[in-house]
Ligand binder design. Structure first.
Ligand code: SF4
Length: 224
């Protein structure tokens, strides 16, 4: 697992360079998109809850069978907890996540007529769902773009690339919203994640990087 090197102070880019770097990354990964499979808002909500500290591939491997068995919020709300834990046992913290899925779906069923809500405030009140997941659901289920989901990759790369000096997700989101043009908010998290998985890894491959002429960490060797 990557972590911050606290001895490594981020060099914050000036605004014009940050804009160029963001434009370069968006150009390099124009097709970057959300990485979990889903068909309905309830599928997405459940997949997103399961994805915390779990590989996307693991979530995508178990969701076809899960989504066939449980199709609606009511199905999850009335699920046997032990059976649901067993159904999602490949993900980390399966017990806790099953509990959150059932509790969130009970709220969705009881308060919103079985429909995943479409507002940040309502989503963020659901168990297992914070601002990142709420943003993810709004963008990918409903096309409502209020912010930028800040996941682990966004935290790591925003810091490394000098786009934000912060480590708090809400502050990072605010910093990014000031740099990324609004028409790029919907997938900038996925642009960064794709870049992190392909080039800007734990030990980055800077020589092949499309933004290495602007990046303040070009040639970095220490972990983030
Ligand atoms: S130059 Fe290196 S550290 Fe900077 S964004 Fe590219 S791969 Fe990452």
């Amino acid at each position: 697992m990557l972590g911050y090197n606290d001895m490594d102070k981020p060099r914050i880019l000036k605004d014009s360079d940050a804009a160029k770097l963001v434009a370069g990354l968006r150009k390099a990964y124009p097709k970057a998109k959300y990485y979990l499979d889903f068909k309905t808002p309830i599928d997405l909500m459940v997949a997103a809850i399961m994805s915390a500290q779990t590989r996307d591939e693991t979530v995508n491997r178990i969701t076809p069978a899960l989504f066939s068995k449980y199709r609606t919020a009511k199905d999850y709300a009335s699920a046997n907890a032990d059976a649901l834990v067993d159904d999602i046992r490949s993900v980390s913290f399966a017990g806790n996540k099953a509990k959150n899925i059932i509790a969130a779906c009970k709220m969705v069923q009881g308060q919103y007529g079985g429909k995943v809500p479409r507002s940040m405030e309502q989503l963020a009140e659901l168990p297992g769902i914070g601002r990142k997941t709420a943003n993810t659901i709004l963008i990918n289920a409903y096309g409502i773009v209020e912010g930028i989901p800040v996941d682990t990759w966004v935290i790591k790369l925003s810091y490394r690339l000098g786009l934000s000096p912060n480590k708090d997700p809400d502050k990072i989101e605010a910093d990014l919203k000031g740099i990324v043009p609004k028409d790029g908010w919907h997938n900038f998290a996925y642009v960064l994640k794709t870049h992190g998985k392909t080039l800007c890894k734990d030990v980055p491959i800077c020589s092949r990087c499309p933004v290495n002429s602007i990046c303040p960490k070009n040639g970095v060797t220490e972990k983030i």
